[in-house]
Design a protein around this ligand. Structure first.
Ligand code: ADP
Ligand code: F6P
Length: 468
């Protein structure tokens, strides 16, 4: 019998209606991964309550039992807005300049992880596998162990793990890493992030690597691995063929007649490299007067985490930059840039990607980046577009046939745009085929199955020293 899987993440987005919008790689991937499991998905409801009670809201959606809990607004301020998004997010994305170190945030973070553990405890059966997700929940296993939970517990980090020298900027970094040793298995998106974690453990915690893999530190053993997350590729391929996707593709094609569409789709986040991308497009327009009328750049970026100041500021800067580009280059009958700040249904997004000759995905740092994979999955095999991808997205490890760029360099982005627009169909097809194969083969089902098998002790990962 398959073991029951309990998934824990800050946000819980059970599969919604056909094509319905929901932003964020984690929510997309987990909704897809859980569809096949009769498991439980536990996390924050997104609502606040005057006093935390631990009362569960249980909902059955699309074969998934979603169990959520309300938090007090001080919890949200200190744990979600504070420690998760003002401390860990910037630090893990190499923005130490934006990271706030406030003791109250750390206390709120621990308190909420304890509250999650206490609320989840009664739902856990002895044979369940427990799988916690992302930087909001690093100490969850520690809190569950304190309550006597003996089950196998795994953790997957969706965002980058930073280099050792960056990590040590975090006050009490050792405590945070020590808590990770209460998991049985910790997974990263790429080998590079796994190595950075191992380097930290070897250097800061006098840890040792075990023959065949795994780590010993803080008096405990831990399995580690990398599991690149993917799309629900079959579902996305199906979505590209829906009437809504086709209609959107036709609409976008109609409004870019005689012009090539360049598209970017991201949450409005400073890690996504939007300012540098806009400057790259501006440089491209400056360097290529003859191509100006042949392109339209569409950047879709719905607001995200608006309670954090750094996110409010970036919006203003991008509004100004997009206005400057259009002011500088637009004509009475034409403008080069479209800047849109709202969510779209997934089938509509598929149609937009499908109409674009270039997918411009240039985060300064990104754990994986699913938009890059969605762009590839939405292309017409007979006439595919070109993916321009940041070297610093986890996806670059698997997608070497994209045009890889340094996202900090507007010149490199401009050159890549020039190259993509000039690329012959034969080369576009050759590159796309290689990318599409990766996207189809290394999908979210494989990601889930590999992680769950390793957590259950049945994966190829399990080193002899950890076998029970
Ligand atoms: P992150 O998890 O940092 O947001 P990813 O690229 O991994 O980055 O995942 C983003 C997900 O959110 C993708 O599935 C993408 O389709 C979705 N998304 C991004 N922008 C929008 C939007 N405007 N409307 C709907 N979905 C969006
Ligand atoms: O993948 C990174 C991530 O932080 C996810 O954990 C999250 O679902 C997504 O980005 C959106 O962020 P938030 O939940 O803060 O809106």
């Amino acid at each position: 019998m398959t073991q029951r899987l309990i998934v824990v993440s800050n946000r819980v987005n059970p599969p919604a209606g056909e094509g319905e919008e929901s932003v964020g790689g984690l929510a997309m991937a987990l909704a897809a991964a859980l569809k096949a499991y009769s498991g439980v998905w536990f996390g924050w409801s997104g609502q606040t309550t005057p006093e935390f009670t631990g009362e569960l809201n249980v909902q059955e959606v699309g074969g998934v039992t979603a169990a959520t809990v309300d938090l007090e607004s001080i919890d949200v301020d200190e744990y979600y807005t504070g420690y998760a998004n003002k401390t860990l997010w910037p630090l893990f994305h190499y923005r130490t300049d934006l990271a706030a170190f406030d003791r109250a945030f750390g206390e709120g973070y621990r308190r909420v992880n304890r509250r999650f553990a206490e609320t989840l405890r009664p739902l856990i059966r002895p044979d369940d596998l427990i799988w916690a997700h992302d930087y909001h929940l690093i100490p969850l296993a520690r809190e569950l162990r304190a309550l006597g939970v003996k089950n196998r517990i795994g953790f997957f980090l969706h965002v980058p793990w930073p280099a050792h020298q960056v990590m040590i900027n975090l006050p009490r970094h050792r405590q945070l890493v020590e808590a990770m040793f209460d998991y049985d298995l910790v997974g990263f998106q790429t080998a590079e992030y796994q190595q950075a974690f191992e380097e930290y453990v070897l250097n800061e915690a006098q840890g040792v690597t075990l023959p065949g893999g795994g780590l010993r530190a803080f008096g405990r053993l831990l399995e580690v691995g990398h599991f690149p997350i993917g799309l629900d590729a079959a579902d996305f391929a199906r979505m590209t063929k829906t009437s809504r996707a086709r209609r959107m593709r036709d609409l976008m094609t109609a409004c870019t007649v005689f012009r090539h569409l360049i598209v970017g789709v991201d949450r409005l986040d400073y890690s996504k490299g939007l300012e540098e991308r806009f400057l790259g497009f501006e440089t491209f327009l400056t360097q290529n007067p003859d191509l100006r009328r042949e392109v339209l750049m569409l950047q879709i970026a719905p607001p995200s985490r608006e309670s954090v100041e750094a996110y409010q500021e970036i919006r203003g800067r991008l509004d100004a930059l997009s206005g400057r580009i259009n002011g500088e280059f637009a004509d009475v009958d034409w403008a080069p840039f479209r800047w849109v700040n709202r969510n779209y249904r997934r089938d509509e997004l598929a149609g937009i990607y499908g109409a674009a000759r270039v997918g411009l995905v240039t985060p300064l740092r990104d754990g994986m980046n699913l938009v890059a994979k969605e762009y590839v999955a939405a292309q017409d095999p007979a006439d595919p577009g070109v993916l321009i991808l940041s070297r610093f997205a986890g996806a670059a490890r698997q997608m070497g046939d994209a045009l890889l760029v340094n996202p900090h360099s507007p010149e490199e982005i401009a050159d890549a745009l020039e190259r993509a627009l000039a690329m012959e169909k034969a080369e576009r097809i050759r590159r796309w085929r290689a990318l599409a194969e990766t996207v189809a083969n290394e999908d979210v089902t494989g990601w889930r199955d590999n992680f769950v098998a390793a957590l259950a002790g049945k994966g190829a990962l399990r080193p002899a020293a950890l076998a029970t």
